[in-house]
Design a protein around this ligand. Structure first.
Ligand code: NAD
Ligand code: ZN
Length: 348
């Protein structure tokens, strides 16, 4: 990112490795919708000559003197969010906000990201995880952000056995929310989305009903499908600030909303007063940045390596070599109908 609206290649020094850090080189990288919000919408403000990217798997090339569990040559899963694990925020259970709100989101936000021959990882023992040998490098990229974020939506909505769940937006994050809700035992999953490729993937991940936000309001369609009762839980993984209006209106009293969507514009989120029970409807709204951390990455990696979760359907466009990175980035911006996720392979 040269500046808002302009991408290009730049030369930088290989980052220095502190005592707790690691330097890594990517084996494969994936483009995130957040890279598009950052670069073309200026959603986090201006950045000059910042390396984009926060989804990859990598090989460790150097570790600091105090790193205990990783060494050069290790192949690793790299989470998008890399907190400082000794911070007070991490001790309070919100590691993703270490050092301040969203402070665990360092790559392509406060520091250079992973679309680079070498990149820096803080707190290597806390943040990296070994890449299981039966997960290929393309699938491994889905563990940086898509799986942890989609699944966090499920956690934030607190999906329980038998719940009816509405998933708004079935891009790659929403697809992982569908998969996570199914793993958590949802009885019915209503997905909002129409692109045939995403609908097919959502069906395979466990969605039972589909509605289009282009065919009238989401809430009208959800209420029609549920005898006017609404759903137990809503996961928001797409749309804008207006989505909360639909989410609240689609939810039963006592229901919960889990938002993982990055609200790129607008000053306020609208909460409809009456459908929010005039302030007394027990309809909770939880919004969160994905948790990172080695333990979580190991657990999510185990879901993929055991075959319980299949992530291959997410990688719709696979390129080889850095020369194709810009093409992959532009593809994510332009979102052709058959795109779910572009990945660039750099090694096997
Ligand atoms: P995506 O753009 O591929 O998917 C969003 C989907 O929502 C699209 O298919 C789009 O057609 C659909 N959509 C748009 N408007 C809608 C509406 N009004 N109602 C319903 N659906 C609508 O994005 P993605 O890669 O799946 O990511 C989803 C969001 O999650 C993005 O905003 C991304 O930046 C964010 N994100 C958050 C985190 C986190 O930690 N919380 C991490 C990664 C990504
Ligand atoms: Zn992302």
């Amino acid at each position: 990112m040269l500046k808002i609206g302009e991408s290009g290649w730049i030369e930088k020094e290989i980052p220095a490795c502190g005592p707790l850090d690691a330097i890594c080189k990517p084996l494969a990288v994936a483009i995130c919708t957040s890279d598009i919000h950052t670069l073309w919408e200026g959603a986090i403000g201006e950045r000059h000559n910042m390396i984009l990217g926060h989804e990859c798997c990598a090989e460790v090339t150097e570790v600091g003197s105090l790193v205990k569990d990783f060494k050069p040559g290790d192949r690793v899963l790299v989470p998008a969010i890399t907190p400082d694990w000794n911070s007070l925020e991490a001790q309070s259970g919100y590691s993703m906000h270490s050092g301040g709100m969203l402070g665990g989101w360092k790559f392509s936000n406060f520091k250079d990201g992973v679309f680079s021959e070498y990149f820096h990882v803080n707190d290597a023992d806390g943040n990296l995880a070994k890449l299981p040998s039966n997960i290929n490098v393309v699938d491994a990229c889905m563990l940086s952000d898509m799986v942890p974020t989609g699944f966090h939506g499920v956690e934030l909505a607190d999906v329980q056995f038998g719940d009816s769940v509405l998933v708004i937006g079935i891009g790659p994050v929403g697809l992982m929310s569908v998969a996570g809700a199914a793993l958590r035992g949802a009885s019915r999953i209503i997905a909002v989305g129409t692109r045939p490729k995403c609908v097919e993937a959502a069906k395979n991940y466990g969605a039972s009903d589909f509605i289009s936000y282009k065919n009238g309001t989401i809430e009208d369609q959800v209420l029609a499908l549920t005898d006017g009762k609404g759903v137990d839980k809503v996961i928001v993984a797409g749309g804008g600030v207006e989505t909360f209006d639909s989410a609240i209106k689609s939810l039963k009293p006592g229901g919960k909303i889990g938002n993982v969507n990055y609200l790129g514009s607008g000053d306020y989120v609208n909460i409809p007063r009456v459908e929010w029970g005039v302030g007394m409807g027990h309809k909770q709204i939880n919004g969160g940045l994905m948790p990172g951390g080695r333990l979580r990455m190991e657990k999510l990696g185990a879901l993929v390596s055991s075959g319980r979760l299949e992530v291959a359907p997410l990688s719709s466009h696979i390129f080889e070599g850095w020369d194709h990175l810009e093409e992959a980035l532009f593809l994510m911006r332009d979102k052709p109908a058959d795109l779910i996720k572009p990945v660039v392979k750099l090694a096997d």
